[in-house]
Design a binder for this molecule. Structure first.
Ligand code: BES
Ligand code: ZN
Ligand code: ZN
Length: 510
């Protein structure tokens, strides 16, 4: 799907469908929507006064055939919700809902007005960015592994073009800039979705390493892949203990973006890259294992964040993405419950449960980040605990860490980006749960008690005093069974938008 700009009025657009919008409760549409209403002899107004179906609720759509009154065949009116509640989330969602309604009409070309601009002083660039984000995120479908489509199944990206109509040509540059940023962000999210959707036999640690190297080809980002021998040299005994239960070789991916000028700060992004989590010898039951190809969602998020940064540049922050990647499998070489391993910082870990493997690979990655990068801030993303899904469901990720300022910054960025985080505590008292009789720490705490916090507390043990660090447990939102306009069912690519919004400082609408 291509996004473009045309200078002209929406009523003249020669697309198959045109999209206009409406705030909830408005009875007499104005602007582009008003012009379309007039061309349709008041069909929209009539529907608003007599119909019960459509009132402009956020994400609702009203489809009207034009019967030759306009060059386009259909008009799609999308609800923006209450104007007082209008925010980034709403504009992104409206664009996604509109594109989805157009997909159902099986049209090829769409013309749209810019949602939100003109009302409430939304900056053009922001409005265009949100339109691009919503359109591409909403149109997404995982199609990589489908062979030839049947006629009646919707083909890959049936909509070829979405064109924004704007009458004032002086606005074109700002619009184009917003569209370009939105496209880059959405494509990064969609690539993360593709990797999480795709199967573990395809998305191996070696595959991810190859993809990371491709990102580095752009020149602004560099890539280092550490393989088994180098990880041994560094003493990553905890990460390697998980990897050795599989025939797939482990990879530690390290991507770096350095600004051309002086960096304002250094941020390390760490992502859990378990490309398949069988549980190891503490084997998962079959149903719990079914979806465990998604256990590399954290790695997908941090690597694709770098893909977007490589494309956009223009960032005065030094950013590192570190993704420890391996499988968690139960072969003859695998970790055995009770095994004791030594992490890169010399700490010994008793592995009472081989299924709590995420923390075992992340602790070495956290030590690596601190020793090799000395970052001002560390943000880790991991599908770490089932307990987080029990606590927060699919709507929010858990957020915990050592710096209120960093946590609040990430949480706020997530809110604007349309991804929710809810704080969970890291009480010192929780350390009791991870006491080992034989080693410095045990990897799995007391069953059934504060499981997500226990994961966080384990990781915190590998974070030096004074280091700003935040841990995002994305186990719930990484995969959704609900269908939200901008987040279709399945892999969500969660984290990419939050990280980019945080790093670039994209602000809420004013
Ligand atoms: N990858 C899982 C967590 C998970 C579960 C992610 C469901 C997404 C959906 C993780 O490695 C795991 O198995 N955690 C254990 C920890 C326990 C043994 C302390 C869990 O949540 O049961
Ligand atoms: Zn596990
Ligand atoms: Zn796992």
């Amino acid at each position: 799907m291509k996004l473009g700009i045309e200078i002209g009025t929406i009523t003249e657009a020669k697309a198959d469908a045109i999209v206009v919008n409406l705030f909830e409760g408005v009875k007499k549409p104005g602007g582009g929507t008003g012009a379309v209403d007039k061309a349709l002899d008041g069909a929209i107004s009539e529907e608003l006064s007599k119909g019960k179906q459509f009132s402009g609720k956020l994400g609702d759509t009203l489809v009207l055939p034009t019967y030759g009154k306009l060059p386009a065949r259909y008009v799609v009116v999308v609800g923006l919700g209450k104007s007082a509640d209008s925010n980034s989330r709403a504009l992104r969602r409206a664009s996604a809902a509109a594109v989805r309604a157009c997909q159902k009409l099986k049209v090829k070309s769409v013309a749209t007005i810019l949602h939100g601009a003109g009302t409430g002083g939304v900056a053009l660039e922001t409005a265009a960015r949100l339109l691009a984000e919503g359109s591409l995120l909403g149109a997404y479908k995982f199609m990589l592994r489908k062979s030839a489509q049947k006629e009646d199944e919707s083909p890959k990206n049936p909509i070829n073009t979405v064109t924004v109509y704007e009458t004032d040509k002086t606005k074109k540059a700002a619009l184009q800039k917003g569209l370009d940023i939105g496209i880059t962000i959405a494509q990064a999210v969609c690539q993360a979705r593709d990797w999480v959707f795709d199967s573990a036999n395809n998305i191996t640690p070696s595959f991810l390493a190859g993809e990371a190297q491709k990102i580095a080809k752009s020149g602004t980002v560099t890539c280092k892949i550490l393989d088994k021998a180098e990880l041994e040299k560094l003493g990553m005994g905890s990460f390697l203990s998980v990897a050795k239960g599989s025939v797939e070789p482990p990879k530690l991916i390290h991507l770096t973006y350095k600004p051309t000028g002086k960096a304002k700060k250094k941020v390390a992004l760490v992502g859990k890259g378990i490309t398949f989590d069988s549980g190891g010898l503490s084997l998962k039951p079959a149903t719990a294992m079914e979806l465990m190809k998604m256990d590399m969602s954290g790695a997908a998020a941090v690597i694709n964040t770098m893909k977007a940064i490589a494309e956009m540049g223009n960032l005065d922050v030094e950013v590192h993405a570190i993704a420890p990647c391996c499988e968690n499998m139960p072969n003859g070489n695998a970790n055995k419950p009770g095994d004791i391993v030594t992490a890169m910082n010399g700490k010994t870990i008793e592995i009472n449960n081989t299924d709590a493997e995420g923390r075992l690979i992340l602790c070495d990655a956290l030590v690596y980040a601190q020793e090799k990068i000395k970052p001002d801030e560390i943000i880790d993303l991991a599908t770490l605990t089932g307990a987080c899904i029990v606590a927060l469901g699919k709507e929010a990720s858990g957020i915990m860490g050592t710096s209120d300022k960093l946590s609040e910054g990430v949480r706020k960025a997530g809110d604007i980006a349309g991804e929710r985080y809810w704080p969970l505590p890291l009480y010192d008292e929780f350390k009791e749960m991870l006491k080992s009789d034989v080693a410095d720490v045990i990897n799995a705490g007391s069953k059934g008690q504060a499981g997500s916090s226990a994961g966080g507390i384990f990781l915190k043990d590998f974070v030096k005093d004074g280091q700003a660090w935040v841990h995002l447990d994305i186990a719930g939102p990484a995969w959704t069974d609900r269908d939200v306009p901008e987040v279709p069912k399945g892999a969500t690519g969660v984290g990419v938008r939050t990280l980019l919004y945080y790093l670039y400082g994209f602000k809420e609408l004013t």
